[in-house]
Design a protein around this ligand. Structure first.
Ligand SMILES: *Cc1c(COP(=O)(O)O)cnc(C)c1O
Length: 388
């Protein structure tokens, strides 16, 4: 028996003792191709040499000081991420849920600070995912996550794609619309460019803030640094996390100036967030991602992967309904519950992760090679043949 709280259905029970790039090795020295990468966290694969080196050298310096201190690595990373994304300020957190909490707090606080205290409602997409705190499950409104818990009462919801319902739910009290640019846990559902553009326009007209949750889709997972960039829009607030420090927990939230100005001293904080160790790793990840060729490789490999997966879909249409997503944020939508198929993939040494709506998610490292993609495709093909 396990003393660990039983909130997870563990699907992978191997004891993995080492990792390198796209591969994991268990204690029987069996090699697995990892297309989960910590659920889109290890964007540079396992144990990237630059991160290992930074971890080693920074472990000799103070790991943690607290935010009583001015932290040079934090200042450096803040400037870099703001300049890279065109925002004016960033607040640091340790996880995605916290990053979204900060986004929600800042949206409400902004209108409070300009005397509009009643404007405090957030409009979200039903069954989306923003984390597991009381605030973020109130936002996501997925019965699987909310059952039995008291929810915050300042959230409204509309069904994905239902524009009429969305317009109905917008009132004078709506302070923000919060959405994932690409819905991840809900099954890799891309918000089309014209819809995000429409949302931006609507928000401008009605003086509503637009919050794009880029926790899963961000950091080049979609092929662009943030997935909303496909729509050529700019949100007002952007929570991000998962891939930021290549496997070390870092989250954050980006703001435009007017919103940042409303979050004064004491309005938010965190003991752990923005530590020297965390920020040094975040800086190394940015070093690698902003190097020439990183984006080109990613886009070449992701196009190839999508092409190959679509071929598999054409060969097994009775199993696979469609392949969808952007960049290396890819979902395979099956006709039926994919749990058994996922177990069979695991038996064939490919690790993937389930999402809602019968979708299998594939999150290879962003520096995955074409050969590794071929290997993954081979296993998926083999599994399709065995499964039917
Ligand atoms: C993972 C995720 C979160 C929550 O992140 P945690 O680090 O698990 O708290 C929030 N939003 C989205 C879109 C996510 O994918």
């Amino acid at each position: 028996m396990s003393y660990v709280l039983g909130t997870y259905a563990r699907s992978v029970k191997d004891n993995f003792i080492s990792g390198k790039g796209s591969y994991l090795y268990n204690d029987k020295n069996e090699k697995y191709l990892d297309f989960v990468q910590g659920i889109a966290v290890n964007a540079l694969g396992h144990n990237h040499q630059a991160l290992v080196k930074a971890m080693k050298s920074n472990s000799e310096k103070p790991w943690h000081l607290s935010n009583l201190f001015l932290i040079q690595e934090q200042e450096k990373f803040a400037e870099r991420i703001c300049k890279l994304t065109g925002f004016d300020a960033v607040g640091f957190q340790n996880s995605g849920a916290e990053a979204t909490e900060l986004a929600i707090k800042a949206a409400v606080k902004y209108f409070y600070s300009i005397g509009q205290k009643e404007k405090n409602r957030i409009l979200c997409i039903k069954n989306s995912f923003h984390g597991r705190t009381i605030g973020t499950i109130s936002a996501g409104n997925n019965p699987k996550h909310t059952e039995g818990f008291p929810l915050l009462n300042n959230f409204d919801h509309f069904e994905f794609g239902n524009h009429d319902e969305m317009n109905e739910k917008i009132t004078d009290k709506t302070c923000a619309i919060l959405c994932e640019s690409i819905l991840g846990e809900s099954g890799i559902k891309v918000i089309p460019n014209h819809c995000l553009q429409g949302l931006r326009k609507l928000c401008d007209e009605k003086n509503i803030l637009l919050i794009c949750d880029e926790i899963q889709s961000g950091y080049f997972r979609s092929g662009k640094f943030f997935a909303y960039q496909y729509s050529n829009i700019k949100p007002d607030i952007v929570p991000f996390a998962k891939a930021v420090a290549g496997g070390y927990p870092v989250g954050g939230c980006l703001f435009t100036k007017k919103i940042a100005n409303s979050m004064g001293i004491g309005s938010h904080g965190s003991t752990f967030a923005g530590s020297p160790l965390a920020m040094s790793l975040a800086n190394v990840v940015l070093d690698i991602m902003t190097k020439k060729g990183f984006e080109e490789h990613l886009n070449e490999v992701s196009k190839y992967f999508l092409l190959k997966l679509n071929e598999v879909q054409k060969d097994f249409p009775e199993l696979i309904l469609e392949v969808r997503g952007r960049g290396l944020m890819i979902g395979i939508k099956m006709h039926d519950d994919p749990s058994k198929f996922i177990s069979l993939l695991l038996k064939n040494k490919l690790i993937v992760v389930k999402a809602s709506e019968n979708v299998i998610r594939l999150f290879p490292s962003l520096i995955v090679s074409k050969e590794e993609i071929d290997e993954g495709i081979k296993i998926i093909n083999k599994t399709c043949n065995e499964y039917k």
